[in-house]
Write a protein that binds this ligand. Structure first.
Ligand code: UDP
Length: 404
């Protein structure tokens, strides 16, 4: 099991010591996390690391997953999109499907914990099906800056019963939500297979195993096949770059269990990129493999994150941690991570020409990319590692259970 002390060499003793001190008042406190998937996407990624560390430091942390049907996944994907601004509203029968999933869960999952943390919209209605005896926290990982107003009003009906809402960015906190709100920025775990240092030999072996040639510079975007991640925009950038410098694009996007739109987007990407695929200049990867993500980020000359909306964007942090120059859209949580021209590059998501020019510049001046990457590593070490998240959670739990 993961241990807090494993992180000493990465973040230093002062950080580790502070965590041990903060945990003392919370020994044995039972904390329950509920989300809607064990794998795929940023929330599962974080819980996989956070829950064992909470246990290691002395809390009793539990993680349960809402059992969801395909109908619910379809629906919650639309909810997710509408909370990020799309024009869509739940019909009456859809509201029933949404709420019934929580009701069903409540029939077989007991909650006896001291604190309940609900992640994202899928399990939000659970609060209506339990006798509430403890603080309930809604942890929202979505960009909530401009939600569809009708849907937001409906969701608020549930959120109002919560004790606290946690957002990833100050701009996502809601003035029309009379519930305490807190900002906690997401993080990565430097000791997972996705982020650990890799030997050159292992990298070469994996490239061979996955048949990834390295005869040209590699540009990569690691992201679910999702319209907000704009894979088609990445292909447009790549086509422009390729007119001047030969390179290869890899789009790596495992299909998350709760993401039914993925197949459709993948097929469109395949169609649009067919000529590049046939020439071996576009590689599409659709399976989940953390080590491969690690390898791809390390062998890339440039990592792109061309999101149109992005709650936070863990893939940006992951690539920065590997010392890579990341070129990413100036949207959502991305500018919290990248300072333009200092530790990465920010671009307007509509400006394909501008993005292509900057990718070209990075390909032509690798020393500049290395300089940005070096700064990026330090930015992540200071701000976006799992130890910082654990500290924020301990502070939050202390406030909810002891101070309040
Ligand atoms: N991811 C992965 N394989 C893929 C695509 C994504 O392991 O093919 C991981 C990625 O490395 C990151 C997470 O899924 O850890 C995505 O988190 P992010 O915040 O970037 O986006 P989300 O999917 O939550 O919108």
């Amino acid at each position: 099991m993961k241990k807090i002390s494993d992180y000493r060499t990465i973040v230093g003793d002062a950080v580790i010591g502070e965590l041990y001190q903060k945990a003392k008042a919370l020994y044995g406190k039972k904390v329950l996390h509920i989300n809607s998937t064990f794998i795929g996407g940023g929330v599962a990624e974080i819980l996989n690391s956070l829950v064992p560390l909470m246990n290691n430091i002395g809390l009793e942390a539990d993680w349960r997953v809402l059992h969801a049907t395909v109908d619910l996944y379809n629906l919650t994907k639309s909810i997710h999109n509408a909370l990020q601004g799309e024009d869509w509203m739940l019909a009456e029968h859809q509201k029933q499907i949404y709420v019934q999933a929580s009701e069903l869960f409540s029939a077989y999952a007991m909650i006896y914990h001291d604190l309940v943390i609900i992640h994202d919209p899928q399990p939000l209605p659970l609060i209506d099906f339990y006798k509430k005896k403890q603080p309930w926290v809604w942890r929202c990982h979505i960009d909530l800056s401009a939600p569809n107003p009708d849907l937001w009003d409906f969701m608020k009906g549930f959120i109002l019963r919560y004790d606290l809402a946690i957002m990833s960015k100050k701009e996502y906190t809601k003035k029309d939500l009379p519930v305490r709100q807190r900002v906690i920025q997401p993080v990565i775990d430097p000791l997972t297979r996705k982020n650990i240092p890799l030997s050159d030999q292992l990298i070469q072996d994996k490239l061979k195993e996955f048949q990834i040639p390295t005869d040209k510079p590699i540009i990569t975007q690691i992201s679910r096949f999702d319209k907000w991640k704009d894979p088609l925009g990445v292909i447009e950038i790549m086509k422009k770059v390729k007119q001047k410098v030969d390179c290869r694009l890899i789009l790596c996007g495992s299909m998350a269990m709760d993401d039914p739109e993925g197949v459709e987007i993948y097929e469109t990407v395949h169609k649009v990129g067919k000529d590049l695929i046939d020439r071996g200049d576009l590689i599409l990867i659709t399976f989940e493999n953390s080590l491969l993500v690690n390898v791809l980020q390390r062998v890339s000359s440039v990592v792109i994150q061309k999101s149109l909306r992005e709650g936070f964007g863990l893939t940006v942090t992951e690539a920065m941690w590997k010392g890579k120059p990341v070129l990413a859209s100036n949207v959502g949580g991305i500018p919290l991570q990248i300072t333009d021209n200092v530790d990465g590059l920010l671009v307007d998501p509509q400006d394909i020409d501008g993005a292509a020019d900057r990718v070209l510049e990075l390909l032509k001046k690798p020393e500049w990319g290395k300089k940005l990457g070096k700064k990026a590593v330090e930015k992540v070490r200071e701000n976006f590692l799992i130890t910082r998240l654990l500290r924020d959670y301990l502070d939050m739990i202390y406030y909810e259970l002891i101070i309040k």
